[in-house]
Design a protein around this ligand. Structure first.
Ligand code: NAI
Length: 669
C-alpha cells in the first residue's frame, strides 16, 4: 500500500496501521498538504474489501495530532477557498466513518481540535495515560469552534455535556476523557498502546467490544444552549463574540438533524466564524502570546545572560513591594531592599501577606518563611550591595530623588551590576547621566499590581548596551513577565498610547457626551473597564500628575476634579463614581463644557477613542520607538487589557481596513 509523505500505511493480516507524522514539524497539524494526502489515503483505502480494520497512531513522540494549523486557517480570506478545504476534510472524515471496516484512534500526547475530530470520525478511541496526553476541542479559546465535525460528533457521542466542553475549550487527561465518554479505553502508562489498540480493533471486528454508545436525550438542548450562550456573553462582559455564539448555534441546530445535515450546518457557521475579524484577532493574540511566552527567544543566539544571584530593589512602596514578591517567588534568590527606615517593616508585612495569600490559594510552591528569610531590609547603601547583580529602582517619581539614589548606589554596587529604573515618565537617557557605566542602565517598567500583570516594558536609553537589554529579557523570563522592548519615549508604549486616548475622552466629556455612555461603549468594544472607571481606579491624582510629567497641561475638567478633592473612589472616597457604581452627580458641574454639545452613538465613541491608539501607534512605529507592530499589540493587550479578540490596536486596524484607509498600508506585512 502507498507510503505517503505524512501518512504511512502498513497492513498485516488485513489490519492496517496508519502512522501520522508531518515531516520536519514538532507536532502534527492539518494544513493543505496534510489534508490532501489524508483525503487521498482515505479515498484509496475507503472501499478496500481486504482491510478488516485500521488504526491511526502518531509517529511523533508526544503528540497524536494538534488539529488545524492556525497559520493555515488564519490565512483564509475567501469563502469559496475555505468551503472547498472544509468540504475535502469533511468528505475524508465521512468516508472514514462510513468505511466498511472499523477504525481505532490510538492516542498518546496531545489530541486536540481537528486531531480529536479525526479520532471522533473513527469507530473507537483508546488513549495511553501520560502527562503529555490531553484530549479535547480547544478551538473556542482562539475565537473559533470545532469545524471538522466536532460539534456534531462529540455531541452525539457524549450528549448535551459536549456543549460546555466545546464552549470552555477544556481539554482532559486520559482518565478524565474516559470518564466523560470521549474515549473508549485507557492504556496504563506502562502499557503498549499499539498492541492494546489492535486488541480493541479485533474485539470490534469480532463484535465483542463493549463500546458505550448510549442514546442521548436532546429534548432539553434549547435550554442547555441558551444557558451556554448566556454564560459566554457574561464571560465577554455583554459581548456576543462570533466564536461561542456560532458554536452554540451549530450544536443547537445541527443536533436535531441527521448527522450528515448537522455537519452541513456546522460547515456553514464554521466558515462564518473563520472569516470573522474576531477569530483572526484571537489567533493573532495567540501568536503574540506564544511569541513572548519565552523571552529568551528574543535574545541574540549564543547570548549568555549575566547570572543574577542576588538582586536589590530600591523603594519599598507600591511597585517595589510587587517587584520583590515576583523576584522572591519566581527566582528564590536573596533580595536586598533599600528604603527610608519607616517604610521597611510595613513593606515586609505586605510582602508576607501577599505570599501567604498565594500559598493559601496553592499558587506558591516555596515555603513563605523560607522566601521571607531571603529578604534583607536596609535604610542605607552599605556593604550589602557589593555583591548585587541586578538593581531595580522604584523610588519616588522625582528626578532629583532618583539622581541622588543613583549617585549613592553606583558607589556601592559592582561596576557591571545591571541597573534598571521602574520610572513611568522620566527619560531613561536623562537618568543615565548619574549612573556610572551607563551602558548597564535601562528602564524596566512594571505594571500594577506587579504580581498579577504580565507585561514588562524594557526601555533602551541612548547609552544602554545591547547586553543590558538581553540581560533584562533574561530577567523577565526568570520572573515570568512578557516583555516588550522599546526606545526611550515619553510614556514608553502603553502610557504613550493611553494619553491621547484620555485627551480624546475629555474632549468628548466636554462636548456633553455622558460618562456612562463612554464607559459602556468601551466595555462593549472589549475593554475590562471604560476609560473613566479606569482613571478612577488608578487614582485621579496619579492620572493628573502623569500629564505634567509628560510635559502636558491637564484638561480643564481634570483640573477641576482634582481641585474638588477627588483622587478616586478607592483612594479618597470621592471620584467620578459612587459606591453603587453610578456616576457621582457632584462631578457633572465640574465638566468644563466647550462648544455645542454633540450626540454620539456607541460606535462613534468607540471609533473616536480607538483611533487615538492607532495614530500614536503609527507614530511610535515611524519613529522607530518599537521595531514592529507586535510590540505595541503585546503592550496594549497585556498592559491595558485591550480586547484579545481584536489582536491589539495595530492588528485590529489591519483587520478592519482602517490602516489602509488612513495610511494606504497595513501595519503587519
Ligand atoms: P510609592 O510612593 O508607593 O513608593 C516609593 C517608595 O520610594 C516609598 O516607599 C519611599 O519611601 C521610597 N523612597 C523615597 N526616596 C527614597 C530613597 N532615597 N531611597 C530609597 N527609597 C526611597 O511609589 P510607587 O507607586 O511604588 O512608584 C515608584 C516608581 O514606580 C515611580 O518611579 C513610579 O513612577 C513608578 N511606577 C509606578 C506605577 C504605579 O502604578 N504606582 C506603575 C509603574 C511605575
Amino acid at each position: 500500500m502507498g507510503i505517503g509523505k505524512i501518512f504511512k500505511f502498513n497492513a498485516e493480516e488485513g489490519v492496517g496501521v496508519i502512522t501520522v507524522d508531518v515531516p520536519g514539524e514538532p507536532v502534527n497539524t492539518w494544513t493543505e498538504e496534510v489534508s490532501e494526502e489524508f483525503y487521498e489515503l482515505v479515498e484509496t483505502i475507503g472501499d478496500d474489501q481486504f482491510i478488516k480494520g485500521i488504526i491511526f497512531i502518531s509517529g511523533k513522540p508526544n503528540n497524536f495530532h494538534s488539529g488545524g494549523n492556525l497559520k493555515y486557517l488564519e490565512a483564509f480570506d475567501s469563502r469559496e477557498k475555505l468551503a472547498r478545504a472544509l468540504d475535502r476534510t469533511h468528505r475524508a472524515f465521512d468516508r472514514l466513518q462510513d468505511a466498511p471496516f472499523p477504525s481505532v484512534a490510538a492516542i498518546y500526547g496531545h489530541c486536540l481540535g481537528g486531531g480529536f475530530e479525526l479520532a471522533l470520525a473513527c469507530t473507537a478511541r483508546i488513549a495511553k495515560e501520560s502527562k503529555a496526553t490531553v484530549i479535547g476541542l480547544p478551538e473556542c479559546l482562539v475565537g473559533l469552534f470545532p469545524g471538522g465535525g466536532g460539534t456534531q460528533r462529540l455531541t452525539r457521542l457524549i450528549g448535551p455535556a459536549a456543549v460546555d466542553l466545546i464552549l470552555s475549550g477544556k481539554t482532559l487527561p486520559a482518565d478524565k476523557a474516559f470518564q466523560a465518554g470521549l474515549i473508549d479505553r485507557v492504556v496504563p502508562a506502562a502499557g503498549d498502546l499499539l498492541e492494546e489498540a489492535k486488541a480493541l480493533l479485533n474485539e470490534i471486528i469480532a463484535g465483542t467490544a463493549d463500546l458505550r454508545r448510549p442514546a442521548h436525550d436532546f429534548s432539553q438542548i434549547d435550554a442547555v444552549a441558551g444557558e451556554a450562550r448566556q454564560k459566554a456573553i457574561k464571560a465577554a462582559r455583554g459581548r456576543e463574540l462570533p466564536g461561542p455564539m456560532l458554536a452554540v448555534k451549530a450544536i443547537q441546530e445541527g443536533v436535531r438533524l441527521p448527522l450528515k445535515e448537522g455537519l452541513e450546518v456546522e460547515k456553514k457557521y464554521f466558515t462564518e466564524v473563520t472569516l470573522s475579524n474576531e477569530a483572526k484577532g484571537s489567533i493573532h493574540t495567540f501568536f503574540l502570546k506564544t511569541g513572548t511566552d519565552k523571552p529568551l527567544s528574543m535574545v541574540p543566539p549564543g547570548f549568555k545572560a549575566r547570572p543574577v544571584r542576588k538582586a536589590a530593589v530600591l523603594g519599598f512602596g507600591t511597585m517595589g513591594r510587587g517587584i520583590v514578591i515576583d523576584i522572591l517567588r519566581h527566582m528564590q534568590i536573596p533580595v536586598l531592599v533599600k528604603d527610608l527606615p519607616g517604610a521597611l517593616e510595613p513593606g515586609r508585612e505586605f510582602v508576607r501577606k501577599i505570599l501567604e495569600e498565594m500559598a493559601a490559594k496553592k499558587k506558591l510552591k516555596a515555603d513563605v518563611d523560607q522566601l521571607m528569610s531571603l529578604l534583607t531590609l536596609t535604610p542605607e547603601y552599605g556593604e550589602h550591595f557589593k555583591d548585587v547583580d541586578l538593581v531595580i529602582e522604584a523610588v519616588f517619581e522625582d528626578q532629583k530623588v532618583k539622581d541622588g539614589v543613583y549617585r549613592e548606589l553606583c558607589r556601592v554596587v559592582p561596576g557591571d551590576c545591571i541597573i534598571a529604573s521602574n520610572t513611568s515618565t522620566i527619560p531613561i537617557t536623562r537618568m543615565a547621566r548619574t549612573v556610572t557605566n551607563p551602558g548597564r542602565f535601562a528602564g524596566a517598567h512594571f505594571f500594577s499590581p506587579v504580581w498579577m500583570m504580565e507585561l514588562l516594558e524594557v526601555i533602551r536609553g541612548e547609552n544602554t548596551s545591547p547586553e543590558t537589554i538581553s540581560n533584562l529579557l533574561a530577567f523577565a523570563a526568570a520572573i515570568r513577565k512578557r516583555p516588550v522592548v522599546c526606545n526611550d519615549y515619553p510614556g514608553f508604549v502603553v502610557n504613550a498610547l493611553i494619553l491621547p486616548y484620555f485627551l480624546k475622552l475629555y474632549e468628548l466629556l466636554e462636548r456633553g457626551v455622558p460618562i456612562e455612555k463612554i464607559d459602556a461603549a468601551m466595555v462593549q468594544f472589549g475593554f475590562p473597564v471604560g476609560p473613566v472607571r479606569l482613571i478612577d481606579e488608578i487614582g485621579i491624582d496619579v492620572h493628573y500628575k502623569a500629564f505634567y510629567a509628560l510635559g502636558l497641561d491637564p484638561p480643564e475638567t481634570l483640573k477641576r476634579v482634582i481641585k474638588d478633592g477627588r483622587a478616586g473612589l478607592k483612594k479618597s472616597g470621592r471620584g467620578f463614581f459612587l459606591k453603587d457604581g453610578s456616576v457621582d452627580p457632584g462631578v457633572l458641574p465640574l465638566i468644563a463644557v466647550k462648544g455645542d454639545p454633540v450626540e454620539m452613538s456607541g460606535g462613534e465613541i468607540q471609533d473616536a477613542l480607538y483611533l487615538e491608539f492607532v495614530k500614536k501607534g503609527k507614530e511610535l512605529l515611524d519613529m522607530g520607538i518599537v521595531d514592529n507592530p507586535g510590540s505595541i499589540d503585546v503592550a496594549m493587550i497585556w498592559g491595558l487589557g485591550f480586547p484579545p479578540d481584536k489582536g491589539g490596536p495595530m492588528k485590529w486596524a489591519d483587520l478592519t481596513g482602517l490602516s489602509r484607509e488612513l495610511y494606504s498600508r497595513k501595519f503587519y506585512i
